[in-house]
Design a protein. Structure first.
Length: 481
């Protein structure tokens, strides 16, 4: 099938490349001509395991092309995916300006019947707006009847097909999906649209049917509901972990105890420094605003968001409980800068808040990340300012080099490379032989055997009185939200 994907960000690029891998003729369009030139030169703009090899292979086979020509790109696809960004606006609502631009471009340049697919995460009701924007452009071209309906030779149908991709496992998620959600509302062209979409996804349904048909609004809501549920599980476990520390309970034992219940399960039930990335924070806030706009505040999600903001600073609270608020003259090592392993994405990453808070207190931070170093440096230049970035932050190419001369190590991302380090070597490099583990990668008993002062999240670490006051104040703040 002839496919166009508008937008070459994370979702658009993965979608386009995977559809080409399935044998389709795919054009990926982006307004950024420099980015398109780089991709045509063999550069993959994002880190995702296996993606670059697939790009090279499918470009070589002629099934995948990158273009900055909107006219040719719109003409190419019988199915056109809108996979542009929907970043949060100033108040947290989803910004649909890129979606609007893509939809109007389709209406302006389409010359044949098309299925338009909303792949971007968009507020409920956006498919109807996309349909309206395309229709308005067709009407400006005089290609509509007196009622404003498009003529049959330029029929189109807007379908909602939200993505459910995990960064770091996106190719596997696309090729072996848990579900394929298609939101299609009745229209003169909807039967054809359903046939085309089912044909497109037929290779992914060979072993069993994974496609769920529903209304467009239900499909749009399903995406937000899924991310909100996963974010809720993370904040729930982090809230319990903070209480477990006060009860002298190991939260890992609790996790295994409740996760063994099949009604609960183990997924997204790990205590840590909170969630980040491009989806959970943005989608939780966008869903909250949908509720507020309709006069129904989502109280649970307000707490989920507040807990997460607080949790990102738990490592800093643990540091100040032992070293005080004035960290001048102290150096700390930081392992992990991406918001999760197997990605170079640092959007809303807890590491950025950790670096900011430590440097504001006068500390020097030396960091290491296997993949996300460059992306983190660009973000931190903005977060900290060039003066602080240049004098109080350093990125190194070796995890043990990061430890040299530092009082303690902080871990913000659970990269596999950090799972089995040389603890004796670490102990010799760290002045205070201390680890603040924001991802609970190590066992407290093992750390004690190595002579390391270990502080995890909810791992029976007795809190200092000052830390208890910080926690009480923060808890009171978010409960007032």
């Amino acid at each position: 099938m002839r496919i166009t994907v508008m937008g070459t960000g994370y979702v658009g690029l993965v979608t386009g490349v995977c559809l080409a891998e399935l044998g389709n003729d795919v054009v990926c369009y982006d307004v950024d001509a420099d980015k398109i030139r780089a991709m045509n030169g063999g550069h993959c703009p994002i880190y995702e395991p296996g993606l670059e090899d697939m790009v090279v292979r499918n470009r070589g086979l002629g099934r995948l092309k990158f273009s900055a020509d909107v006219v040719d790109s719109v003409h190419h696809g019988d199915i056109v995916f809108i996979a542009v960004g929907t970043p949060p606006g100033p108040e947290g609502r989803a910004d649909l300006s890129y979606v609007t631009s893509a939809a109007r471009s389709i209406g302006r340049w389409m010359r044949s019947p098309k299925v338009i697919v909303d792949k971007s995460t968009v507020p409920v009701g956006t498919a109807e707006q996309v349909e309206q924007w395309i229709g308005e452009e067709l009407q400006r071209r005089g290609i509509s009847d007196t009622t404003g309906e498009p003529l049959s030779d330029l029929a189109f149908c807007v379908v909602s097909n939200p993505e459910f991709l995990k960064e770091g496992a996106a190719i596997e998620d696309f090729m072996r999906p848990d579900r394929i959600v298609l939101g299609i509302d009745p229209s003169p062209f909807s039967h054809t649209a359903q046939e085309w979409m089912q044909q497109l996804y037929a290779p992914l349904n060979r072993h069993h049917q994974r496609t769920y048909l529903m209304s467009r609004r239900a499909a749009e809501f399903t995406k937000y509901a899924a991310n909100a549920m996963l974010a809720t599980r993370i904040s729930f476990m982090n809230d319990l972990a903070n209480l477990a520390e006060r009860l002298d309970v190991d939260i890992e034992q609790v996790r295994t105890g409740i996760g063994s219940d099949p009604r609960i399960g183990f997924s997204f039930l790990y205590a840590g420094t909170g969630y980040g990335g491009s989806c959970f924070p943005k989608d939780v806030q966008a869903l909250q605003h949908m509720g507020l706009d309709l006069g129904y505040p989502l109280r649970l999600l307000s707490a989920v968001d507040a807990i997460n903001q607080y949790q990102k600073l738990r490592l800093v609270e643990k540091v100040t409980a032992l070293y005080g608020d004035d960290l001048n003259g102290l150096s700390f090592a930081l392992w992990g800068l991406s918001f999760k392993p197997n990605t170079d994405d640092v959007r809303e990453a807890p590491s950025r808040l950790v670096v900011r808070e430590l440097t504001q207190r006068g500390a020097f931070v030396r960091a290491y990340d296997p993949v996300a170093g460059q992306a983190a440096c660009e973000a931190l230049k903005t977060d900290l300012g060039l003066e602080v970035y240049g004098s109080q932050f350093e990125l190194v190419d070796d995890p043990y080099q990061a430890l040299e001369g530092c009082a303690a190590l902080m871990i913000a991302t659970e990269w596999k490379a950090f799972r089995s380090p040389d603890f004796d070597r670490m102990k010799g490099l760290l002045r205070d032989r201390r680890i603040f583990d924001g991802r609970n990668m190590y066992e407290p008993d093992t750390m004690r055997q190595h002579g390391i002062d270990y502080h995890g999240i909810g791992r029976m670490a007795r809190l200092h009185r000052t830390d208890q006051h910080h926690v009480a104040d923060s808890a009171a703040d978010f409960l007032r939200v």
